[in-house]
Design a protein around this ligand. Structure first.
Ligand code: FMN
Length: 192
């Protein structure tokens, strides 16, 4: 499977939409890693077997799919804005993410997303490794994500919604006196 060629016909492909969320949680092993790689556009270029099993997409279905296909409606958009801003600068980011499986199930992950550079130092794609998350961290992040999501409601544009939740995330971090990264790593350590 190609990882460096630009997408061609894939941009015209139609994708099966995931079912509506069912509330059923899908799990995976603590020793497993859900891996995907994307073009700089976010289109998927590689998935591993664990990705396929947990998300419910075959490799053939997943390759070429935009990564937003597995976005769960409980995920605040400001988290993805932060993710893209960070990786586009050439930096790594860690995030708790709940994803939508093809059958409407959901699965929480602790994601580590990194840019892939060519020999000239240019970003040629992105890579995400996802592990089974600490359950205390999920319990701590859920109400924060719910508040961020609420802050995104009722805005005329997606950009306005993201700006509103980004401001709220900034306030949450300021109250804690933490950077985003320190905040993420403090979750699940009984200080959240
Ligand atoms: C390497 C990589 C992995 C990603 N993994 C996920 C993921 O697991 N779940 C998800 O919802 N979005 C993921 N995204 C972000 C999506 O591209 C997208 O920004 C997000 O789903 C929000 O959708 P939207 O941009 O259409 O609002 C990933 C992006 C990259 C570059």
């Amino acid at each position: 499977m190609a990882t460096t060629d630009a997408p061609t016909t894939s941009s015209r492909r139609r994708y099966e939409r995931a079912a509506a969320p069912t509330g059923v949680e899908a799990t995976f092993g603590e020793e497993e890693i859900i891996v995907s790689k994307t073009y700089t556009t976010g289109k998927i270029t590689y998935v591993n077997r664990v990705f396929c099993r947990v998300s419910g997409y075959t490799e053939a279905e997943a390759i070429g799919m935009p990564h937003s296909a597995i976005r769960h409606p409980a995920m605040p958009r400001c988290v993805f804005q932060l993710l893209w801003d960070t990786i586009a600068r050439g930096e790594e980011i860690f995030a708790y993410v709940v994803n939508l499986g093809r059958d409407g199930s959901h699965y929480w992950v602790f994601a580590h997303v990194t840019p892939t550079f060519d020999s000239a130092g240019q970003i040629v794609g992105y890579h995400s490794n996802r592990r089974w998350p600490d359950r205390e961290a999920i319990a701590a992040i859920e109400p924060i994500y719910a508040a961020l999501l609420e802050a995104e409601q009722g805005h005329p544009t997606k950009a306005d919604a993201i700006a509103a939740s980004t401001r709220l995330l900034g306030r949450v971090l300021a109250e804690r006196g933490q950077t985003y990264e320190a905040f993420v790593f403090s979750l699940g350590q009984a200080v959240a």
